[in-house]
Every structure is written in C-alpha cells, then in structure tokens.
Design a protein around this ligand. Sequence first.
Ligand code: G3H
Ligand code: 13P
Ligand code: NA
Ligand code: ZN
Length: 307
Amino acid sequence: ALVTTKEMFEKALKSDFAVGAFNVNNMEIIQGIVEAAAEEKAPLILQVSAGARKYAKPAYLMKLVEAAILDTGLDICLHLDHGEDFEICKKCVDDGFTSVMIDGSKHPFEENIRLTKEVVEYAHAHGVVVEAELGKLAGVEDNIKVDQKAATYTDPEEAAEFVERTGVDSLAIAIGTSHGAYKFSGDPSLDFERLKKIHEMIPNTPLVLHGASTVLPEFVDKCNAYGGSIPGAKGVPEDMITEAAKHGICKVNIDTDLRLAMTAEVRKYLQENPSDFDPRKYLGPARDAIKAMVQHKIKNVLKASGQ
Ligand code: G3H
Ligand code: 13P
Ligand code: NA
Ligand code: ZN
C-alpha cells in the first residue's frame, strides 16, 4: 500500500538503519528500485522533484507507483522532494502523495517557519506527513572557514525551536553534504558533532540527509571509459552514511548514484553494440544497474534489509 513515513521512521529512529529515499522519473528507474527493495524486504521511499514531476507528468507517476505496489506488494511512501512553495505541496497532497517536503531553507528563519507551518496544516489535515529543511547545503566545499560553516550548517538550538513551532514530522539538516557529483574538493568530511548535538536536542525527530550519494569511482570511471566526461567527481564515503544512520538520520536521499549507474550502463551498451537500436536493449540493462545499486545501498550502506 501507499504509506506515510510514520512507522518506518519510528523504527529507524530506534535502531541503526536508515530508510533509502530514491529519486524517480521514469518506469525503468521505479522498477529497478522496487525490485531491489522487494528482494531486501526493506522500507522504501520513492521521491519526485518538481522537475521530475513535470518530466514524467503527475498522472503517469501516480500510476507507475500504483503499478509497483500492485506488482510487488510493497509498502511504499511517495514523497515530494524539495517542494519550494505551498502550491506544489498542495498539488502533491491532492494527487495522493503520502509525504511532502517544503524546502524553505533559502528563506530567513521566521519565513521558513511560517511557510512550513502552512504546509504542515494542510498536509496533516489530509493524513500526509511533512519534511522541512533548516540550514543550507553547500556547493563544492572548498575549505570554507569554520564561521562560514556555522552560517550555513544547521544550528541545533534553531532546529529545536523550528520543530517545536512548526510541528513538522522530519527535518533535513546541513552538516556538510551537497547535491550532485561534486561534493568535496578536498577530503570528504561531515560535521558529526553537530549531528549528535541536533539529535540530542530533538531526539524524537527523524533527521534527513540530502546530498548523500557516494559517487562511487567505479561508476564515474565507467561513464568516462565509454565516452563520458565527469572528471573529479566525489561523494560522501559509504561509512559516513552508515555512521549518520546511528545518530538520528532516518532518511537518506539518493539521486546522483542512480543517474551514474544508469548512464554508465547505457553508455557501455551503446558503445559495445553499435548496431542495436531497440531501446529495450539498453534500458533493460540500465534497469538492472539501478536495481544492483539500490540493493547495495539498502544492504551494505543503509543496513535496511529485513527492516
Ligand atoms: O535534490 C535534487 C534531486 O537530485 C532532484 O534533482 O531537480 O534535477 O530532479 P532534479
Ligand atoms: P545526491 O545528489 O547526493 O544524490 O542527493 C539527492 C538529494 O538530496 C535529493 O533531494
Ligand atoms: Na537510524
Ligand atoms: Zn535534496
């Protein structure tokens, strides 16, 4: 069935695993992910950005996710990723999403609270849970100074006040991750002290880690070996994600790693089979690559198998 994150987060908060939240925008991606989650008997969040919603169209997305549930019997949470205003959150609630993110992190604190409260009120009235964000995810972190960090990373005291005043169900925090394939220019590092402090301040609030792709060298290299150009890509080491899951991180967002896995496979297939032109020939292996990536994440990184 379509479910909210309520039960999966209660469980994840009490133990060392985290729930994978994977970005989707087409049939092969959805199929690859749900096949992996079904085999691992793992809790699952499928998330859709505004851009993905526009690309795939809401009606197709809803039906694809319904089909995935029908086919696998899985419980799945369907979540809006980075909703930027009340309107998009409302549309997704009305469409049947079970979770929405209102990302007011670019606004001043008070405006973020006002906007989040507005979404919480509407969503809760419709049985939908809400994720908000406090703090700003940095771009490539070229050795920014401590005081600059403090300005963008999530402040633990503010986090407590934010959750209290908004009634939000989960909170995305900034501790050094960023979106995309270029997360660090130097050595990767996350502010675990800050994470622990936040978790201490709001122990009952499930925390969310965005920008959590690992950007596995194997897949970057595969893209590059078959005509791609993604030099110097770097992600969050897997052991840091596993560690974060022990300190309140209940939801781990992964998009870039799926893109890399899929694209590497398509590039390889097309280069090795220049006379093929049936899309199933390369989208099939691409779907398998998504499945393998998600299974690896669930099992080895998020420790969510059987949960
Ligand atoms: O946080 C961003 C996600 O990776 C979605 O990206 O807006 O290109 O769909 P997108
Ligand atoms: P990545 O770019 O690290 O996969 O992060 C995805 C994300 O945070 C989606 O909200
Ligand atoms: Na956990
Ligand atoms: Zn994100």
